[in-house]
Design a protein around this ligand. Structure first.
Ligand SMILES: C[C@@H]1N[C@@H](c2cn(-c3ccccc3)nn2)[C@H](O)[C@@H]1O
Length: 447
């Protein structure tokens, strides 16, 4: 039985408005983590920082004062917002999430509420404004990442122990609200806010303030999209309130991980945000460990879409404003695959057919067109397909060769083999379109 909450979920079930339908149909997004942490790039005085590069200020080997003065040398002359937006367009990204301010508190826009901003750096110019304009020009929707954690603000606290803490934190709350209102006033084409750094006890205690702030921001931009990581309910529950209902417009719980089954998503919209190395969001000049290939990233994208989610791939530009070669190469490889196969991503989602080992199904939500996206070719060349009752597969063909006619063999009741022998070795995931007839009476051979 549900209890009454003042600051719990304000809506049950998915949003059905146009803005959210657009969000739901993106499929692929780009995350950009950029800031003064890109200057040290995971090193300090010859020492290697093993953590996530955007967290280097928290490293015991990094003197706080040294970090806090880095902005005085931030002058990314190679920064080219149009070039970044063009690359994202060619990769096939439909939206971008840009860090306006990460946990260190450095603002990439000339905020009037602090001096710790790009305006006070040698670079001076508004980075967020250039990126918003460039991505808008490419037709890529812009979302703004905002960290509640702000290690630079004197009023920031991770927890409120004393009355003095509480008093200071009131200034921080006002500052946070002011910056968010300022961002939406300066960049009204923003389609949504991606909040981070909201796990502190101090913030979790601000259920009423955060709820009211969310309401105010949504009134500024009708249709504004805010995920589940923004606020907690009055009992300190995050993402899902005391009744288990999601707060926000989509679940922001999939950071560097992807749901395994449709049950894992609880019927909610969701995004997965993913790094190319194991765990680097900001620029680290020396990636250690496994760097994902484009085949791996395309599989994560298709897996996300097949489970009704969006996949957001992170880019961490360096201190000069360059997108690093490894990211440029992957963006091009993903883009080349999307050029041919984008229709299995855009506007697609979960098909309730039993998942098979060879890969993922996606279905176009408008046309009902069904896709088999093959990652694991069986040695037999026989792709197993199990269909729901009263569904008969009639035709299968390669998306890339609509005239190809792939044999479908019925092997059991509601079970078929789609026989496909590639002429040349398969090097990239490929797509088979499968056409079906839904009938009332079940006329299959097998009872
Ligand atoms: C989107 C990503 N979220 C930020 C993050 C993640 N974490 C974190 C902290 C403790 C455990 C797991 C994750 N802290 N900050 C990363 O710095 C990046 O911005």
């Amino acid at each position: 039985v549900s209890i009454t909450l003042k600051h719990g979920a304000h809506r049950l079930g998915k949003r059905t408005d146009k803005q959210m339908q657009t969000w739901r149909n993106y499929g692929l997004g780009q995350f950009i983590h950029w800031g003064v942490y890109a200057i040290p790039g995971g090193h300090w005085e010859g020492k290697y920082y093993p953590g996530a590069a955007e967290w280097i200020r928290s490293w015991k080997e990094m003197p706080k004062e040294a970090y806090d003065n880095l902005y005085k040398q931030f002058n990314p002359e190679k920064f080219n917002a149009r070039g970044w937006a063009k690359q994202a367009k060619e990769m096939g990204a439909k939206y971008v999430i840009i860090t306006t301010k990460h946990h260190d508190g450095f603002c990439l826009w000339p905020s009037k509420y602090t001096d710790y901003t790009i305006a006070k750096s040698p670079y001076k110019k508004d980075i967020i404004g250039q990126l918003v304009d460039a991505y808008d020009a490419e037709g890529i929707d812009v979302y703004l990442y905002f960290s509640i954690i702000d290690w630079n603000h004197p009023g920031y606290r991770s927890s409120l122990k004393t009355e003095a803490d509480r008093k200071e934190y009131e200034d921080f709350k006002t500052f946070t609200r002011n910056q968010l209102v300022e961002l939406l006033e300066r960049y009204p084409s923003t389609k949504g806010l991606w909040f981070d750094g909201s796990w502190d006890k101090a913030w979790i205690e601000q259920a009423e303030f955060a709820d009211e702030l969310g309401r105010e921001l949504r009134e500024m931009i009708p249709g504004l999209i805010i995920g589940s990581r923004f606020r907690a309910d009055e009992n300190g529950n995050r993402h899902f309130d005391t009744n288990g209902d999601m707060m926000g417009d989509y679940e922001q719980g999939w950071e560097r991980k992807i749901p395994e089954t449709i049950e894992d998503i609880h019927g909610n919209d969701w995004d997965c945000v993913m790094t190319i190395p194991e765990n680097q969001w900001g620029y680290h000049s020396d990636w250690k460990g496994h760097v994902k290939t484009s085949n791996e990233l395309i599989e994560m994208l298709v897996k996300s879409v097949s489970l009704d989610g969006n996949f957001v791939l992170n880019f961490g530009p360096d201190g000069e404003g360059n997108i690093r070669p490894e990211e440029t190469k992957l963006a091009a490889e993903i883009g080349a695959w999307m050029d041919v196969n984008k229709e299995v991503v855009y506007g697609c989602g979960y098909l309730d057919w039993k998942k098979q080992d060879w890969g993922y199904y996606t279905v176009n939500r408008e046309t009902g067109k069904k896709y088999m996206v093959v990652f694991n070719m069986p040695v037999s060349g026989a792709l197993r397909v199990k269909v729901p009752d009263n569904t008969r597969p009639d035709k299968a063909y390669l998306l890339e060769q609509p005239e190809s006619d792939i044999t479908i063999e019925e092997i059991h009741r509601n079970e078929y083999f789609v026989h496909y022998k590639p002429m040349t070795p398969v090097k990239k995931p490929f797509v088979i379109v499968i056409e079906t007839t839904e009938s009332d009476a079940d006329e299959g051979h097998y009872q």
